[in-house]
Design a protein around this ligand. Structure first.
Ligand SMILES: [Zn+2]
Ligand SMILES: [Zn+2]
Ligand SMILES: [Zn+2]
Length: 148
């Protein structure tokens, strides 16, 4: 955790930003909830527990800054809510999501798995791929177990 905060601090410094206490608390909350897909309001509620005097606008600006620096990715699962997701360190492309249409759970696939598809898209459409968002909608293994 401390090492990752240190690396994020360096990332901010390289773009002439400081890791202020408010920003650090926000980063800590994101790291502690790495597997969750928190909305700005969720992050705010958790940050407030550690840093009661912080305002929603500050948390919001920090999330926007972290998005700009590619520390987090902003995603939307079709419910109109922007969620913030930590980017895996060193990953060239964003991870994939499995969204369960029954229980609403969100699981992640960290492997890219798209190398072949990317090659086809790049050659057939003469398109240079920089990143992608892939969300699968279906029934998770937990719900499948329940119905069997
Ligand atoms: Zn994710
Ligand atoms: Zn990829
Ligand atoms: Zn489910």
């Amino acid at each position: 955790m401390e090492q990752r905060i240190d690396r994020i601090k360096k990332q901010l410094h390289s773009k002439s930003y400081k890791l202020t206490p408010q920003r650090e608390v926000t980063v800590r909350v994101l790291l502690e909830h790495e597997d969750d897909h928190l909305s700005a309001e969720d992050v705010y509620m958790l940050v407030k527990e550690k840093y009661p005097e912080i305002g929603l606008a500050t948390v919001y600006r920090t999330l926007e800054l972290l998005t700009e620096l590619k520390v987090v990715d902003k995603i939307n699962f079709g419910d109109g809510v922007s969620r913030y997701d930590l980017r895996q360190e060193g990953a060239a492309h964003f991870h994939h999501h499995l969204v369960c249409i029954e229980c609403g759970s969100v699981d992640e696939i960290q492997e890219d798995l798209l190398e072949d598809v990317e090659k086809i898209v790049e050659s057939r459409f003469n398109f240079e791929i920089k990143d992608h968002r892939l969300t699968f909608h279906g029934i998770c293994y937990r719900c499948k177990d329940k119905s069997e």
